[in-house]
Structure formats: structure tokens, C-alpha cells
Design a protein around this ligand. Sequence first.
Ligand SMILES: *Cc1c(COP(=O)(O)O)cnc(C)c1O
Length: 423
Amino acid sequence: MTARKTITPTHRYRNNDKLIGIGNEFWDLSERNGLAGIVADYDGSVLRTVPGHEFVPDGHEFVNFSCCSYLDLDSHPKVVEGGIEALRRYGVLDHCIARSRVQIPAMLELENSLGELFGAQVVCSIAASTATFGLLPLIASGHLGDGTRPLMIFDKNAHISMSNVKPVCADETEVVTSRHHDLDFIEDACKKYAKVAYVCDGSDSLGGYAPVAELAELQDKYGLLVYYDDSHSLSAYGERGIGYVRTHSPVLDERTITVVTLNKAFGTSGAAIVLDGHSKETLRVIERFGGALNYSQLLNTASVGAGLASAEIHRTPELKTLQDKLYGNIGLFDSLVETDQSGSTFPIRLVPMSDTTVIEAGRRVIEAGFYVSPVFFPIVARGTAGLRVMMRAGQTEEQIRRLCSVLVEVGARPAPRPEEVSA
Ligand SMILES: *Cc1c(COP(=O)(O)O)cnc(C)c1O
């Protein structure tokens, strides 16, 4: 018998050998130090580890400083009640059939509410990842534009939910990866190609924001289409929590497509695709051919009800109160610990550490009663390791002060005191 064939992959857009080979070591090390694989009960403010852990002591209490529910809306009584109420009102959790055939009106109700809130056309999905997986191939094939297949430029730092879709898009059009926010590269491409689409985060997980004004100039000049994932800034930023992109982009028409998860500061489940100026026919194409947007499950009625309640809170002054509390907590943190993100309204801070000290530092912080997630080489570039801290509206002054003093003990840079700044 001749030798059976083995396969040599092309790895043009992804490489699991590399991903798992490098990443798994990081997870193992984190887990052995009690910084991953944690199971804990939550009482609405404090977590307590449940018995049965190999590496974590039973009943250890800690405050989560690595949770993206920036406004604590996920445990807001009105949001919890909204979920229960909708479940009672509709009398069914789900009704399993593709929405293009038969749907109960629950998700339509949420889409209308969010559409009114954002002043846009909204299509919901069970996750931002699902929305992106449905939409990007339609952009690639020209079906979300004027029919011209665009050159698709993915920003090098685009969230994995977007970069994962490169091979699928590459089967429909040409796909390239640009350096981070490389406007010259994008403009050059616009001069060469009849149509270009650029895919990036509206607000990155480490505090940067997309250059929406500069991109808008390219949109005006060349008809550039921009696909933003603005998941990190929804609710936490802007009037009625409309997020960074919709607050600042002057181009809000079919050239700008934004997807946002409802699972971060918005405090519920699912995601919203936020569109402007699309025809009914295009919306139908999204609904019918957006892959899992059609065949996969819709938001269940509890998620819809929670979403309606959160949207209601976004319409009241309470949202601004929560945003201000969040910003106050961020400001307090910045007054105690200095990071590259100091001074920004973005709720994430990276406390720089060395690759060799970051795990030990993370362990000491959780022992002191706070969870912050360590990121280090090879997950991030050498020299950029650190503890990732996420601020929330509901954290108390005492918790933040205690966390900051522990962080300084393990090597964080204390913020200069006001008199030193002015001196
Ligand atoms: C958290 C996050 C997601 C994941 O959102 P899901 O709705 O859970 O899929 C996607 N994109 C970005 C930029 C995120 O930060």
C-alpha cells in the first residue's frame, strides 16, 4: 500500500498550531496560579470561589476588576425584572424556526426600541461575533454595497471576531491586513480599487479609538465603506450611550456599518447591527443570507425583555448618572495608579509589568481580594505585559483605593500627586 496522504495547510489567514502552541502555555500557567479556570458564586457585587478547585482555595472572596459590564446594568433590578416580565408576557422562551419564515414579535420589539434609541436601522443577533460572521461575507461579495466587490482591508488589531472571518471573505473577494489605523495604506488602496471596505474596532480593548473623522474624509472622497465593531463603548460612551463611532462619525449612512455587543456595558445578551439608509431589500438580504443571522437561534424572550429594560434606562437621566459614576471611578483609579491610558474615559487600564513578574503579581492581587487579568508574552508583544484592569460604575471608593495600593505594592507606577504635577 502506498503511503496515505498528509495535508500541508496554506495558513494564509489563520494557524491553530501557532495559536494553541503558544496560547495554551499561557492558559496553563494562569490556571496553575489560580488566575484562570475560576468558578465562583456571585452575589451581585462580590465573587466567592466554590469548593473543588485544584488551584484555588475554597470560599475565597474577591471583587472582579476584569468584568466588561461597565455600568453594572447586568444586575440592575429593572433589567432582571424586564427579563422575567417578557418571559411571562410572551409565554415562550423561544420559538425555534428561521426568522425569515416565522418569528414571534419579541426580537422585532427590541429592534424597534434600539432603532429609536440609536436613530438607526437595527438588526439584532445572539452575539456580535454572529453578526460579524453573517455580515462580512455579504460585504465581501458586494451585496451590502452597490454590487462592486470591495478590496477588504482588515486592521491588524481587529478583534478576533472579525479577523476570524478573513478566510470566508477571501473566498468572495481580495483580503489584506493593514497596520493599525494605517490611513495612508487605506487611501492608496482607495485610489487603486473601485471599492474598498475597512474593518476595525471602534474602540479597542486597550483604550484606543478609531480615527472616525479621518476615515469619514476617505468615505466622502472615495466611497470607502467602514465596518466598525464598537462593542466596548456602547452605553459607556456618548449621549444615550450611543457609543464612540455614532457620537463622532459625521458619516452615518450606508457607508458606515457598526456592530455592538449588548453583553458589555449595555448589560444584557445579544448584539445589534446598527445601519443607516439601507433599503428594505438589503435588510431582507441580511436576514435571509447573513448565515447564522437566519438559521441560528434568535435572542430568547428573557434576553429581549432585559434588553428592552436596559434601553429604557438609556432613555432616562440614570444612564448619565451611571456613566458619571464610571468616569468618577476611572478618575479615582488614575489619581492613584499611572498607566498609558490615564486620563481617558475608556474603562480599561493596563498596568505594565514584566513578562516574568506579571503572573506572580496577578496572584498577589487575587490573594488580596481582587481579580485582574494578566496578559503577557506571547499573548501580547514582549515588553507590553501587564495586568488588565476594568473599571465599573458599581465599584466602591474603598475597593478602588485598596486595589490600587495592592497594585502599587506589586510594582504599578503610583500616579504623581497633584502638587508634583503642578511643580
Ligand atoms: C467582547 C467583544 C466581542 C464579543 O461580543 P459577543 O456579542 O459576545 O460576540 C466582539 N467584539 C469586540 C470588539 C468585543 O470587545
